[in-house]
Design a binder for this molecule. Structure first.
Ligand SMILES: [Zn+2]
Ligand SMILES: [Zn+2]
Length: 263
């Protein structure tokens, strides 16, 4: 894949970034899934889910409360997605003053990867969860669920919870890629899948192309986005239409090839 260094200009800032122009246009589901499973994050997620599902089936002890636990966990997806995107992926290292000295807080790997994603939104290299984070997610989710649910509800419920969360993360990766960043892929048959893909596209592309401060939700019903817009309108910070931002591609900073802020 040919890489070239580009200097980006906008009204409020510039961004030195690595950009690839050789994106293969994805027009079918098969092409999209093939491209997706060449990437590290979907492969790790699918293998973890298959292995965990096997362990969960062997463990047994099913009760009617397992679907209740799944139904209770799913509504947590939209707020988690919103706050994770706003506060972690759009994080900027700040300087804090303590004991008369200025301390520079460290940058975060996820935020650096997300700056590269905004710089070249349809580049599959930067769309998925970066490797350095992905390698901790399956262990973190399974360990966290065993710690939270194991002592109280039992290991069977902990495994069900971990399986639900990892499947939700995989659905996020799939919809973010196919819905948000494969603009040539439109499912031919009318139905739920086509509606989901077009809904994700309608809301996520303006986050990259119009204004990076809005449309933070990607793969869930946009309840929290709409609430944030309503609050901004009530406070007079937002008009009827979301205005075009000059920094949707560079997030207002100059970055290096790894997404770290230079200026
Ligand atoms: Zn995106
Ligand atoms: Zn973003």
């Amino acid at each position: 894949m040919a890489l070239q260094q580009q200097l980006y200009s906008s009204k409020k800032g510039r961004c030195a970034m690595t950009q690839s122009r050789n994106h293969r246009p994805i027009t079918t589901l098969g092409q999209g899934l093939t491209e997706m499973y060449r990437r590290h994050s979907p492969r790790v997620l699918v293998s973890s889910i298959v292995l965990l599902a096997f362990i969960r089936i062997c463990w047994g002890h099913w009760t009617v409360w397992h679907p209740v636990l799944i139904a209770a966990l799913l509504p947590l997806g939209p707020p988690v997605e919103y706050y994770f995107h706003r506060n972690y992926l759009h994080y900027r290292p700040r300087t804090i003053r303590f004991w008369g000295r200025a301390w520079q807080l460290p940058d975060l790997a996820g935020a650096q990867s997300h700056r590269l994603h905004h710089a070249d939104p349809d580049n599959p290299q930067d769309i998925f969860i970066p490797d350095c984070i992905m390698r901790w997610i399956p262990c973190g989710v399974i360990g966290g669920c065993l710690a939270v649910f194991g002592p109280t509800l039992g290991i069977g419920y902990a495994l069900t919870a971990a399986l639900t969360i990892l499947t939700r993360v995989l659905s996020y990766e799939t919809l973010h890629y196919l819905g948000g960043h494969c603009p040539h892929y439109v499912p031919k048959r009318r139905g739920l899948w086509r509606w989901i893909i077009l809904s994700v596209r309608k809301r996520h592309r303006p986050h990259h192309l119009v204004n990076e401060h809005y449309h933070m939700q990607v793969a869930s019903f946009p309840w929290w986005d709409e609430m944030a817009e309503r609050i901004a309108r009530r406070r007079g910070r937002l008009g009827a239409k979301i205005p075009k931002s000059g920094t949707a591609r560079n997030l207002g900073v100059i970055i290096d090839r790894q997404g770290a802020i230079i200026d």
